[in-house]
Design a protein around this ligand. Structure first.
Ligand code: PLP
Length: 439
């Protein structure tokens, strides 16, 4: 039972000092010496001194098809020259076309075809909770411990990672069930019944602490900020059955896992053989444009049509033009296949490093949604968080930016723009090798 570490990044005063000319002291920074990024091209970032970095984190899993992709840039500029803003109270051809194209990415039988555009993943999850409550007439909602779903009202309550929690009243009607984490949880991947056992905990939670009925359940298809945690085999299917048997809707948070990132399927939930009632997405949808969406069935959407659901910027035409271009690029440049192929090379390479360095406890994920957990002991799983911070800084010195996360801050997160090449993979693995060797 390890205590999650306290924040060890720069102090408020240090951040103030570094950024004093920008007067934005509240910005979060991962690095002791934050880098000033001024340019981006494909999978590379450049700092103010012209140093190049291989971006293996994609602005928190957001730049899906590469920095400043010319097709996306052209779509944005063309749209800016025609119309920069209207609202969804009017029809707009770009919003309509993009919505239709987006709906076509879902399996036909899912009937997921009504699209609501919003501005961020947090807002998408807030809306999904409201939809489920309005549709079912129930209130209780369930998410997974270690999940991250956003930083606004309902979404902050769905989040169950202590570093993101504020000491304010929240979580009304929201319960967090045992995380089906086959590495760190009580039921391991070696146990064929692990998924079922985690699902039993969910059922138990509903039956003991809810009035027997729930509004819904939400899960990331692979937990992102929580440390690239894959859900135990069989859990999600069982969980969906349990939730539906208690009157609730099932929501897939695809904010990080959508748009082909897991390589094998366009949507992460497809990897588990389930069909959600509502899907939320953001980040990769617009390659960095402020854009997010909630997609659901016409039957569920009908409930909302009794009310007015509106937001000023949701479905902004420039963002939608960029989103539409992203879908074209994913199709035309076989981006999902690339996520699969390059992702497999990276994962195999990381597994080789695991044999070489005892500090690597687990390598996991799919496609270009990968994670490495560092531990000091393979039995107790004592988190190697200072070692993780060291590897993270060393990699930066050698020109590779990765992400960090997990409840204990001991996971490296590898989620680059999906245009990374096999050569980039080789360079990345070499830098990881050298960073680990310097421990
Ligand atoms: N859901 C997941 C899985 C996320 O990773 C995030 C953000 O990191 C969100 C929701 C919230 O998205 P946003 O930061 O756009 O509000």
């Amino acid at each position: 039972d390890y205590k999650p570490p306290k924040y060890t990044g720069p102090s408020f005063e240090e951040t103030m000092q570094t950024r004093k000319e920008y007067l934005t002291p509240a910005l979060l920074t991962y690095y002791k010496n934050p880098i000033m990024i001024v340019d981006g091209k494909q999978q590379y970032l450049f700092d103010h001194e012209g140093n190049r970095y291989l971006d293996m984190f994609a602005g928190i899993v957001t730049v899906s098809v590469g920095h400043c992709h010319p097709t996306v840039t052209k779509a944005a500029i063309d749209q800016m020259n025609r119309l920069q803003h209207t609202t969804t109270i009017y029809l707009h051809p770009v919003i309509g076309e993009f919505g239709k194209k987006l709906a076509e990415t879902f399996p036909k039988e899912s009937n997921l075809k009504v699209v609501y555009f919003v501005n961020s993943g947090s807002e998408a999850n807030d809306l999904a909770v409201m939809m489920a409550r309005a549709y079912t007439g129930n209130f209780d909602f369930i998410s997974l411990r270690n999940g991250y779903h956003g930083a606004s009202g309902n979404s902050a309550s769905l989040t169950a990672l202590h570093t993101w929690k504020y000491p304010v009243p929240s979580d009304f009607g929201i319960k967090h069930t045992l995380n089906p984490d086959p590495y760190r949880g009580p039921f391991k991947s070696s146990d064929p019944e692990a998924g079922k056992k985690y699902a039993w905990h969910l059922k138990n939670l509903i039956e003991h602490s809810s009035p027997g009925a729930v509004a819904g359940f939400i899960a990331e298809s692979i937990q992102g900020i929580g440390g690239t945690v894959e859900l135990a085999d069989g859990f999600l299917k069982e969980a969906y059955d349990i939730i539906r048997a208690h009157g609730g809707l099932c929501i897939a948070d695809e904010v990080q896992t959508g748009f082909g990132r897991t390589g094998t399927n366009f949507w992460g939930f497809q990897n588990y053989g389930v069909t959600p009632d509502i899907v939320t997405m953001a980040k990769g949808i617009g390659n960095g444009a402020p854009l997010a969406a909630v997609v659901t069935t016409p039957e569920i959407a009908k409930t909302l049509s009794k009310r007015i659901h509106f937001n000023t910027y949701g479905g902004n035409p420039v963002s939608c033009a960029m989103g539409s271009a992203v879908l074209d690029v994913i199709r035309d440049e076989k981006i999902q296949q690339n996520a699969h192929d390059v992702g497999s090379i990276i994962k195999d390479g990381l597994n080789d490093l695991k044999k070489k360095y005892k500090v690597i406890g687990d390598v996991r994920g799919h496609g270009l949604m990968l994670g490495v957990e560092l531990v000091r002991d393979h039995e107790t799983l004592e988190p190697a968080n200072t070692e993780t911070a060291h590897v993270f800084e060393k990699a930066k010195e050698m020109g590779v930016l990765v992400g960090k996360g997990g409840l204990y801050g001991n996971c490296l997160r590898i989620k680059p723009p999906m245009c990374v090449t096999k050569e980039d993979a080789k360079f990345f693995l070499d830098v990881m090798d050298r960073s680990l060797a310097s421990l």
